[in-house]
Design a protein around this ligand. Structure first.
Ligand code: UVW
Length: 339
């Protein structure tokens, strides 16, 4: 074991001392078959925003829209390139892209290396920066030395997003329709309200289910048409109350495998002030750091939610692998729902 003590309420070690998948371990073949059994209407839905939304950097000043450019070819722009310039016998015309992509700018997965916490796992009285299952900052998750441009060596050797990609992230998912009950008001949803909404809509979450929260936030983002207004976004639509211990306990007890929302951070962001020393993003701490639950953010759930409302259903088949990008701490994703 790399640690003597594990954080209160964590499951470190439960999936093995070297586990890097966390609750993805619950996406078993049986879960995939349960997902397949939900495919009855023959409809498929793209659950991604266009990856250049929200536009600007109103949601997070450190993340910027994708910049696409073309790779060069023989000193020329590699768009509409007639191959007869290389060989007069060739008839093909070719385009080729390159992209600078902030991995968590738009519809995305958080890797387990995205958020860790300070914890005294050795019991020597000195908290150190750690990630899920006790993987260590600077040893297992390597940061840059010096300037932010010093990207050489920056890499999640453990808990990188490729570990998630390797599982193919497929199985049964459940949609909780918060927008139907709350509208677009900014409400902090705690356990009691979540339970009431789930009971009203007959939603049952079983171990291994992937849980999606539809709040309407991505619709507000789309309506702003790449010119987002930070104040409106920070005050629109439901977010989970990460400071409600009962809500965190539900996340633990439900056995959900991943937690997804169409809003910015699943929970309230910017971080809410609290008294004493605590995590700025308590739901991130609980999910990514303590339980190994990947978070999906800024997904586009609207059309799926509308279909499920009309059909009187809340379960579907979901497949949502991130990019198999070794060492990354997050990834864009184009998830697919089948119903
Ligand atoms: C933050 O840093 C706020 O991360 P996330 O994209 O997971 O909300």
């Amino acid at each position: 074991m790399r640690w003597k003590n594990r954080p209160d309420g964590s499951n470190w070690g439960d999936f093995g001392p070297d586990d890097e998948l966390g609750r993805l371990n619950l996406l078993t073949p049986e879960k995939v078959l349960q997902g397949v059994a939900e495919v009855r209407d023959g409809r498929s839905f793209c659950l991604s925003l266009p990856l250049d939304f929200p536009g600007g950097n109103a949601l997070n000043r450190f993340r910027h829209p994708p910049r696409r450019f073309t790779s060069g070819r023989a000193g020329k722009v590699n768009y509409n390139f007639p191959l007869h310039q290389v060989n007069p016998d060739f008839t093909d015309v070719v385009c080729d892209d390159a992209v600078l992509l902030y991995t968590q700018y738009s519809t995305q997965w958080d890797a387990l290396a995205h958020v860790g916490g300070m914890f005294d796992a050795d019991g020597d009285g000195k908290p150190e920066p750690l990630y899920y299952n006790g993987w260590r900052a600077g040893v297992d998750v390597l940061g840059p030395e010096g300037h932010e441009d010093a990207l050489e060596g920056v890499r999640a050797e453990r808990l990188g997003i490729e570990k998630m990609a390797e599982t193919a992230v497929s199985g049964r998912a459940v949609l909780i329709d918060l927008e139907r009950h709350i509208g677009r008001e900014r409400v902090l949803v705690g356990f009691e309200q979540l339970k009431q909404i789930m009971q009203a809509d007959g939603v049952v979450v079983e171990p291994g289910d992937m849980v999606c929260l539809y709040t309407g936030f991505a619709d507000v983002v789309l309506e702003m048409n790449r010119e987002p207004d930070a104040h409106t976004l920070e005050n629109s639509c439901a977010v989970l109350d990460g400071r409600d211990p009962a809500l965190l306990q539900w996340v633990t007890d439900s056995g959900l495998s991943v937690l997804i929302a169409d809003n910015y951070a699943v929970e309230a962001y910017p971080a809410r002030q609290a008294s004493g020393c605590c995590a700025a993003l308590p739901l991130h701490e609980h999910c990514l750091f303590k339980l190994g639950i990947h978070l999906g953010e800024l997904w586009y759930l609207t059309e799926l939610a509308q279909h499920l409302r009309v059909a009187g259903r809340n379960r579907f088949m979901l497949t949502a692998p991130p990019l198999r990008l070794p060492g990354a701490v997050g990834s864009p994703v184009s998830p697919v729902a089948l119903v």
